[in-house]
Design a protein around this ligand. Structure first.
Ligand code: ADP
Ligand code: MG
Length: 279
């Protein structure tokens, strides 16, 4: 049953744009030991811009067509950057498959994270285009890397203060990302997270949550993507960004409507007070 104190905390959260799907979520938040966080779209805006690329025009048209079928923030940035491009020569009868947290494939063409191109030849050394802080994705055809695109993103201004707040209150914050090591480190450093793990697949994120739960920790997970949904569902407190995919919001116990992490921290502090009232 939901106590009046919990109800009042939930209604206060709602006023601040933090929606709790019930009293249990509010009470779990108050005892959270560990907060796992996704990077892209959660700590960062997920508002990518293509800053650099090298792909021949015919392949670029394929890439744009493939990314039109994806809702990933990287896909949206690529589609926006090349919207003038003529896609008439693309074979649009061939299906596009998406591997969540990795990239997209159409026939023998693949676009996605560098880790997805193991065993590919790289005659033009596109792998070395990975620069600190940017997200580099590769384009491959017939097991040869034929191009790359480099995209930049920005940290949300609310991230660093909210994270230091949680840490001050004794919550251990760890960044879990499917992105590369350099991009992960740059964002972790920028917002003051000392624990981060890069190049993860969606199922890897779940493993971290299970391991911590086995140690009897109360585990929070915050994310925005379709790929985060299983991790959100497995955490004690799944938290979704309001800008995230609908699947993420459905899998979560808490939704931060305007993506403002500092509002989640306010709810956390309020939930602490609530705990004191109960006990
Ligand atoms: P994060 O965990 O940081 O939110 P994701 O798990 O969504 O990141 O994606 C991990 C990586 O997979 C991205 O950094 C990108 O390199 C690659 N990726 C995912 N989806 C796509 C896509 N539609 N097109 C190209 N690359 C993609
Ligand atoms: Mg994300």
């Amino acid at each position: 049953s939901v106590t009046p104190a919990t109800l009042s905390a939930i209604s206060n959260g709602a006023k601040n744009g933090v929606l709790f799907k019930g009293g249990a979520a509010m009470e779990a938040l108050s005892t959270m030991d560990i907060l796992y966080s996704d990077k892209t779209g959660t700590i960062t805006m997920g508002d990518f811009k293509v800053v650099d690329y090298e792909v021949d025009e015919a392949s670029l048209a394929e890439v744009v067509y493939m990314e039109q079928q994806s809702s990933h923030p990287i896909a949206e940035a690529i589609v926006a950057a090349f919207k003038e491009l003529n896609l008439d020569l693309v074979d649009q009868t061939q299906p596009v498959e998406e591997a969540a947290g990795s990239g997209v494939r159409k026939g023998d063409i693949k676009v996605g994270k560098p880790a997805a191109f193991e065993g590919y030849e790289d005659p033009a050394h596109y792998r070395s285009k990975e620069t600190a802080g940017n997200t580099t994705i590769l384009v491959g055809k017939d097991h040869i890397i034929i191009g790359y695109l480099s995209l930049s993103d920005q940290v949300r201004k609310e991230s660093a203060p909210a994270i230091s707040g949680f840490q001050r209150e004794g919550v251990e914050v760890t960044l879990l990302t499917g992105d590369n090591e350099k991009a992960a480190k740059k964002v972790a450093d920028e917002v003051g997270i000392s624990h981060y793990v890069a190049s993860l697949l969606p199922e890897d994120k779940i493993k971290f949550i299970h391991n911590s739960k086995e140690k009897n920790k109360v585990v929070g997970m915050i994310g925005d993507g379709i790929n985060d949904a299983p991790a959100l569902a497995n955490a004690d407190i799944g938290i979704a960004m309001g800008s995230g995919s609908s699947v993420a919001m459905e899998s979560a116990d808490v939704v931060i409507v305007k993506n403002d992490l500092s509002k989640l921290f306010s709810s956390f502090k309020l939930s602490h007070k609530l705990n004191r009232i109960i006990s």
